[in-house]
Design a protein. Structure first.
Length: 220
């Protein structure tokens, strides 16, 4: 799955390891705390993205409301939206996909404030890898799919699944992309992934589709 032009992901996604290691361990609600104020929180809670070093933080309701304002914390932390939308009319030809030169058929794209550009990433057995993406290519995608212009920088992403016959496109919170990366790292076996990883990926996208069908949250 290696790409000679790709570089191991750093910076905004350096927190993938702690996020994915913590995700599988189901903790009782009383053991979970807001990582801003240390208040106890339940399993259903919001997340913040700390832009430096790019860590996902669990947040209580009060802190989530506080950081819903872009002025809070000097913009260093952002509330991750819960909007999840399946883009059923998304325009992505095979030729356009191939022009992105991503070596696997899973990828996510987001506008990075620290990098000052759109980043493309693809998950693999070692985590997430950044792939080169030209501004012209992204502009072409936005031209064909204006909804991408509404994507909130850093905390929302275009998630693409073209594994096998799938042609699925979602606008998702960035932590959903982190979950997918963690799932693949935990389930991958051997060179080809093994028997468990592909059904797990299919299940992830089935759950995402159901969430989008049921309203998928809001932009806030």
């Amino acid at each position: 799955m290696a790409d000679p032009r790709a570089t191991s992901i750093r910076g905004p996604f350096a927190a993938l390891r702690p996020f994915t290691l913590q995700a599988p361990a189901a903790k009782p609600a009383a053991e979970e705390h807001c990582e801003i104020c240390d208040e106890p929180i339940g399993p259903e809670h919001r997340h913040l993205l700390d832009l430096d070093p790019g860590q996902v933080l669990c947040a209580c309701r009060a802190c989530a409301i506080l950081f819903a304002s872009s002025a809070a914390g000097g913009g260093a932390r952002k509330l991750i939206p819960n909007r999840c939308q399946r883009l059923t009319d998304f325009v992505m030809t095979d030729a356009l996909w191939e022009s992105l030169r991503i070596p696997v058929n899973l990828a996510f794209f987001n506008q990075s404030t620290p990098a000052k550009r759109v980043l493309a990433h693809y998950p693999g057995p070692m985590g997430s890898t950044e792939s080169l993406l030209t501004l012209e290519t992204w502009d072409t995608l936005v031209e064909h799919n204006p909804i991408l212009a509404t994507m909130e920088a850093d905390v929302e992403a275009l998630l693409v699944n073209r594994v096998g016959h799938a042609r699925d496109y979602f606008l998702v919170p960035i932590d959903e992309c982190f979950k997918l990366v963690g799932l693949i790292r935990l389930q991958w076996r051997g060179l080809g992934g093994g028997r468990e990883v592909w059904p797990a990926i299919a299940g992830f996208f089935a759950d995402l589709t159901e969430r989008a069908r049921n309203g998928g949250g809001t932009h806030a």
